[in-house]
Design a protein around this ligand. Structure first.
Ligand code: MEV
Length: 316
């Protein structure tokens, strides 16, 4: 492979956390998501001779050899080049990510956002939000099957959002600092499979699942009010209720329940899974930054792979 010594362009995106409303958001209920700036993806584009090549931790080689599971990335790159009216050849694309894959932290959406942004920058274009969402949606369709769009909205947003499918996300106000601790169970959760399993439950028992989805929607609306008032105690209780509903939907599991139990015993104001579930991550609300460290240690003691402490300052 011969690299040409010319321009290089970079695009990036951060991770996301779903505070409340995952799964129900697929069924048009509102949900709240938060940008997670501690973890990021960076895509770097460089000109080379030959076909498009990808270099990343999870794949090295020509774009046409990407495995089936990663076809969303290929579709996103090729469609972006078509949108830019550029040839589908002659690029080296490097992906570097600190967002763990398959943990409900937005890795697939963030990779796609970083790719589209880097390609637009490389060719001197500016990508509008609607174009960005349309191109990333193609990748997300492949990764998630029936994505609500919340992941791509959250990883491209600089502030917390209230999201409802098909509508523009609403920026949220936060009345007081929100101290969050995120713990990685270390187990990959397949969002596609989790969304499909909820669909199957829905088909088997529509009244029961519909009622659960409704409750999650109400919890999300009340959480918005609690956030805006800065009433984190109430928010914590609401997140606990949301976790009960996620158990009802069948997307929590033993390992996740154990982490949540440990957090609550260590004084978390609320704790729940975040993202698709069935593995992945949990989030907990701490009462202060010092308490965040206590929660993080409690998670690590029972086998969490890693934790992140993260405070959202009050913003109005
Ligand atoms: C995944 O981060 C969130 C889900 O609600 C799926 C989606 O909204 O596309 C589980």
């Amino acid at each position: 492979m011969i690299q040409l010594p010319q321009k290089v362009a970079v695009g990036s995106a951060h991770g996301k956390l779903i505070l409340v409303g995952e799964h129900a958001v697929v069924y048009d209920r509102p949900a709240i998501a938060i940008p997670f700036p501690l973890i990021k993806v960076k895509a770097t584009i460089q000109e080379i001779y030959g076909s498009i090549r990808i270099e990343s931790e999870f794949f090295h080689g020509p774009i046409h050899s990407l495995p089936e599971k990663l076809q969303g990335i290929a579709i996103c790159i090729l469609e972006t080049l078509t949108a830019l009216n550029k040839p589908r050849t002659g690029l080296l694309i490097r992906l570097r990510s600190t967002i763990p894959l398959g943990r409900g932290l937005g890795s697939s959406a963030a990779i796609a956002i970083a790719l589209v942004r880097s390609l637009y920058t490389f060719y001197g274009g500016e990508v509008r939000q609607t174009e960005l969402m349309a191109l990333v949606h193609l990748a997300e369709l492949h990764a998630h099957g029936n994505p609500s769009g919340i992941d791509m909205a959250a990883v491209s947003s600089e502030c917390p959002i209230l999201f409802q499918k098909g509508k523009s996300p609403n920026p949220l106000q936060i009345g007081a600092p929100l101290h969050l601790v995120v713990a990685d169970s270390g187990r990959i959760g397949d969002t596609h499979a989790a969304v499909t399993s909820v669909r199957e439950r829905y088909i088997l028992n529509p009244a029961r699942i519909q009622a659960s989805l409704d409750r999650i929607g109400w919890i999300a609306k009340d959480s918005r009010a609690a956030l805006s008032l800065g009433n984190m105690e109430l928010l914590g209780k609401l997140l606990n209720f949301a976790q009960d509903e996620l158990i009802e939907l069948g997307v929590s599991d033993k390992g996740i329940n154990k982490l949540i139990d440990v957090a609550r015993k260590a004084g978390a104001m609320g704790a729940k899974l975040t993202g698709g579930g069935r593995g992945g991550c949990v989030l907990a609300i701490a009462s202060s930054q010092a308490h965040s460290k206590v929660l993080a240690n409690a998670f690590l003691k029972v086998g969490a792979l890693q934790t992140w402490n993260f405070s959202l300052e009050g913003m109005r």
